[in-house]
Design a protein around this ligand. Sequence first.
Ligand code: 13P
Length: 250
Amino acid sequence: MRKNIVAGNWKMNTTVPEGVKLASEVNAALEGITPKCDVVIGVPFTHLTAVKAVIGEKLGLSAENCADKAKGAYTGEVSAAMVASTGATYVILGHSERRQYYGETAATLKDKVALALENGLCPIFCIGEVLEERENGTYFDVIKAQIVESLFDLSAEDFGKIVLAYEPVWAIGTGKTATADQAQEIHAFIRGLIAEKYGNQVADDTTILYGGSCKPSNAKELFEKPDVDGGLIGGAALDAASFMGIVTAF
Ligand code: 13P
């Protein structure tokens, strides 16, 4: 059975004290409830250790990236092993902002996924088309290529350890959410690709999150779709009450 997950992606927001406060608030809110999904927060590298110290077992911790090299003379990079050593168990990889602003390619992402898995981290692997690709109808091909080029050399066992996040770039931070039907269409397409490659069981077990202007007011409608297994949340994850409003949409 696949898991439902609501994961926050804080991006480059909050100082360490602010992040510790926000994580503590989310953690406290989770204490009193039994959520119908796993809950994860994705925080900047600098915050991982301090945040880990103030959260309990009910809240998973994620990095927002990791290096495409294992270790060595790569000034400023942070390895998957370093991330794992903080107690984080997830890492967001291939976010469109990293593809767009930091030149991440399918090949680098393939290396990052392999290193994350070697170090016991669960990659939350992001895919999604830009507005032009949505409008000119090439978005199915774009999403297929992103998945095939970075992930389809994995064994079925390793593929089974990955979470996917469909994030249409035109919906990120714009307030323009994909409709629940648009999300469902792509999620079903992605699950079909996985079924073709790895079989129905692996496809059924893969968690596929939606990301892009997801908020408490639209989360329920999105999560009701059969192939939408949760959300990857940007802006709305920066406020504990709104993040919890999405968690409790399940
Ligand atoms: P927003 O929720 O701010 O649109 O961001 C989505 C996102 O990029 C999550 O990774």
